[in-house]
Design a protein. Structure first.
Length: 638
């Protein structure tokens, strides 16, 4: 799963622990609380779903279990697929590309317990993972078949993570009950013994208060908050002072007369995961047969699917020689711009729109088709506010030859609100100190530009809101068996993780091993907690292979021997025949003399003088002087 999805799931699990009737105190995450909740995973290709079946916990994978996937396509048609879990309890379904835009429900039976998931969206961006865990109906929060199962924190079917201080409905709780929870998200545990004040303002302005103290599970309950005890329409507000003097106050709200409610007051806020976007998915570049060849019809829409009018656009042409040409246009009253371009079969074209100060581009396309090309581009207003950006960062370090380690640095970034993130002056994504051979892997390059040899990558396009965006760097660092990673974080980080192999060690302040699934099989994720933007992150991964010192000495002696051999070869090589060189020089001068017109007496005189010097040197050597192949008489006799 993506690390942002991991954090969101962990937070949801804490919420479920707090507000379930059979909740237990403590920070441990019970996999039953994540049962049935799907998580998008960019490591899986679109059209793939992995279902992990556990018999109560991570330590008991259920192998040999048949999992049924009920698939609903976008047009409403249905199909069924089956797969059997492997030794790790995983059943993998692939080849579902035709159902993208629809959803699926996974079902399995273990020990007579029938389990099913929430609807799993089949997204165009990536595949999904989901767990089915026995016993979730009794103590978990998943969508299993057991009684009392819950789909989320609120009413059935909801799965959004509650924001600190914002109340939500608590299904199964009687009207008039309010549960207030206090959590330290940095430590991932409830905060006990916090005094909570509940202020009640009646419609006539009369004020009253109720007080309570959170127990060891970080919860306190207020009852009797409906008429006649509390008048209808009363405004309530909960507040408390968390450790460190941090005051948290909820928003003002009214009690739901149909069901109980709950709210969280947290330390180390992580904003709520945005609701899934209801924006329509824009089609890619496509042929429009009704348009003449060489016409690009551009449509620009905003985040609400509304057409952007009276706005400049341009089509950029890049041919095989690297030459670039630009063709401008303007969106008209019909909401489109028809841009005429030169047609070349060896060129690629791209639409570019500058909106809100940020550049937006389409995918590449060609125009040598029968007809014109239709292209849609979505734009957003932009913000440079870093507080709207949250991220998680994951590292993998692997040893290579010659005491060099390869580092994979993954940033999963989410922009909250309804504006795209585009900082003034741009943004550099930088590697750890001392990094060499920096590159951007294809799976992390969608929003990054990198110039060969540059020690960083830059943000190429605004980061759109409401989506998890993966950016990545790969680079090399030298090590002596332990690679030191030291870098400054570009965003606020909700979680930092390091994937550690079975033969590796990790030295990092506050590092904790976690059961979260690693992006690389066989490695274990360790979490290092939250970090603020601009903070330094330092850790070291040991257990990396180093060269044998004996081999290093042998290589050194071999290099010295080769150097001596080269010097000896230079000393012993045959001397160049001076007479042959003079004859070659004489012939070159004769050729030059032949090419100079007779009228240019000064130039001819200079060449003749040089010939005379060469001839005299040859003559002083004795013997017969060979004639120039042309039979030209000696220059000295002129």
């Amino acid at each position: 799963m993506t690390r942002l999805a991991t954090i969101a799931t962990a937070w949801l699990a804490l919420v479920l622990v707090l507000f379930s009737v059979s909740a237990e105190a403590g920070p441990a995450i019970d996999p039953r609380q994540m049962s049935g909740i799907p998580r998008v995973d960019p490591q899986l290709q679109a059209g793939a779903i992995t279902v992990r079946v556990l018999d109560g916990g991570f330590e008991k994978p259920a192998s040999g279990i048949e999992v049924t996937l009920e698939i609903t396509r976008p047009d409403g048609t249905k199909q069924t697929a089956n797969a059997t879990t492997d030794l790790q309890g995983r059943a993998t379904f692939g080849g579902l590309e035709a159902a993208i835009g629809g959803s699926a429900i996974a079902k399995a039976t273990v020990g007579g317990e029938v389990m099913s998931t929430q609807p799993i969206p089949l997204a165009a961006e990536a595949g999904s993972r989901v767990m089915l865990v026995t016993g979730a109906g009794a103590g978990g929060g998943g969508a299993t078949g057991g009684a009392g199962a819950s789909a989320g924190h609120g009413r059935a079917g909801e799965s959004d993570i509650p924001t600190s201080g914002v109340p939500f409905a608590l299904e199964g709780s009687p009207p008039g009950r309010l549960i207030v929870g206090t959590f330290d998200l940095t430590e991932r545990k409830p905060i006990a013994r916090v005094e909570i004040t509940l202020e009640i303002v009646a419609p006539d302005g009369k004020r009253s208060e109720k007080k309570g103290t959170t127990d060891e599970s970080g919860r306190v309950e207020f009852a009797g908050l409906t008429p006649p005890e509390v008048p209808a329409g009363s405004k309530l507000k909960a507040s408390g002072v968390l450790p460190g003097g941090l005051e948290r106050v909820s928003q003002a709200f009214e009690m739901d007369p149909r069901v109980g409610q709950a709210l969280l007051l947290t330390r180390g806020d992580i904003p709520a995961r945005p609701r899934p976007s209801k924006r329509t998915e824009l089609p890619g570049p496509r042929v429009l047969p009704a348009l003449p060849q060489g016409t690009v019809r551009v449509r620009v829409v905003d985040g609400d699917d509304q057409a952007v009018a009276n706005h400049p656009v341009e089509v950029i042409k890049r041919d095989s020689a690297g030459t670039e040409a630009r063709f401008p246009g303007t969106i008209g009253g019909a909401g489109t711009a028809d841009v005429l371009v030169d047609v070349s079969s060896d060129a690629l074209y791209q639409v570019r729109v500058v909106y809100g100060g940020g550049p937006y581009t389409s995918g590449f396309f060609q125009v040598d088709k029968r007809g014109g090309i239709g292209v849609d581009v979505r734009v957003f207003p932009t913000t440079a506010d870093y507080s709207m950006v949250r991220s998680v960062v994951t590292f993998e370090v692997d040893g290579l030859e010659n005491d060099v380690a390869r580092v994979l640095q993954l940033h999963d970034v989410m922009v909250t609100g309804d504006k795209a993130f585009w900082p003034e002056g741009g943004l550099k994504l930088e590697p750890a100190a001392g990094a060499k051979s920096v590159s951007v892997p294809p799976f992390g390059a969608s929003f990054l530009e990198h110039t060969d040899g540059a020690p960083f990558a830059t943000l190429a396009e605004p980061l759109p809101p409401g989506s998890v965006i993966r950016m990545a760097l790969v680079y090399a660092v030298e090590h002596d068996g332990s690679a030191d990673i030291d870098l400054v974080l570009p965003f606020d980080v909700a979680e930092t993780s390091v994937a550690v192999g079975p033969d590796q060690t990790l030295e990092a302040s506050g590092a904790k091993r976690t059961e979260h699934e690693s992006p690389t099989p066989g490695k274990i994720l360790h979490v290092l907690g939250q970090r603020a933007r601009g903070a330094k992150l330092r850790f070291a991964v040991g257990g990396l292979p180093v060269r044998d010192p004996l081999l290093q000495r042998i290589a050194l002696f071999a290099a010295i021997a080769m150097a001596f051999a080269g010097i000896a070869a230079m000393i012993m090589r045959p001397r160049v025949d001076r007479r042959a060189a003079l004859i070659q020089r004489r012939d070159q001068l004769f050729t030059m003399l032949d090419a100079i017109p007779i009228a240019e007496t000064a130039r001819r005189a200079r060449v003749i003088a040089a010939l005379d010097r060469v001839w005299r040197q040859l003559d002083s050597g004795g013997g017969v002087i060979p004639a120039k192949p042309s039979g030209r008489p000696p220059a000295g006799g002129a």
